[in-house]
Design a protein around this ligand. Structure first.
Ligand SMILES: [Fe+2]
Length: 238
């Protein structure tokens, strides 16, 4: 699994020759002192051309996700530019991830609900949206909250899948439910490329942000919210 965070040192660099600098600089990471802001030497693993491609892909998905988020803000009759308060390009925890699932000799889990063999257990994602590309192997399933039925998400090379996450559920006070999803047992290798659209690590997840009513509770910082959310995953319980 490879994970790349895009952080750019300052706004000037975003438009300079360093547009394709995907890494968190050592200085920025030191200054920020946050577990999620990590310095990586990406050029050790990728050539310049690949880094440019990844940076473009990240950029496009970030912009697409922000447009989607602005339409949600509009539903609440608030200023779409409020989205800038949630997603700073310097501090966003948005992540582009490449998941390679090799042939699995046995399933990770058997669903307690319907006995189906799974390659990835049932869960919801933590952020605002996940924008996902899966290869033609498919295997992703999403659950209808009302009927509890599971539905295959078919492969479509011209489509991206958008799942809503726990942070959006929190901000919308449950109006946009996080999508329960799972992956079927991979008897053949599978590749998926999810983009996790996530707020800045220090964004205060305040219930007044989308809602009309004022809430006295000051909210929870997104990095703390993320920590709590990730504890539900077995691989983080170490
Ligand atoms: Fe997921």
């Amino acid at each position: 699994m490879l994970q790349i965070h895009q952080r750019i040192d300052d706004k000037k660099k975003l438009y300079s020759n360093n547009k394709y600098d995907l890494k968190v600089t050592r200085d920025f990471s030191k200054k920020t002192r946050n577990q999620y802001i990590e310095h990586l030497s990406i050029e050790r693993s990728f050539n310049k051309q690949s880094i440019e491609k990844l940076a473009d892909y990240f950029e496009n998905l970030f912009n697409l996700s922000e447009t989607l988020f602005k339409s949600i803000i509009k539903i609440y009759k608030k200023d779409p530019n409020l989205s800038k308060k949630v997603f700073s390009r310097l501090k966003t925890l948005s992540t582009l991830r490449f998941n390679y699932y090799p042939n699995q000799s046995k399933p990770v889990e058997i669903s307690k609900q319907d006995g189906v063999a799974l390659g990835c257990e049932t869960h919801v994602d933590s952020g605002i949206f996940t924008v996902l590309y899966q290869n033609k192997k498919g295997g992703l399933q999403v659950q209808n909250r009302k009927t509890k039925k599971w539905h295959d998400v078919p492969f479509n090379k011209n489509a991206l899948v958008v799942n809503t996450g726990r942070a959006l559920e929190y901000l919308s006070k449950g109006k946009f439910k996080a999508t329960n999803h799972r992956v079927l047992w991979n008897k053949q290798k599978r590749l998926s490329v999810p983009f996790f659209f996530e707020p800045s690590y220090d964004f205060k997840m305040n219930l007044s942000f989308l809602n009309k009513r004022r809430f006295s509770n000051g909210g929870i910082r997104y990095d703390k919210f993320l920590n709590k959310s990730l504890k539900k995953f077995v691989e983080y319980q170490r």
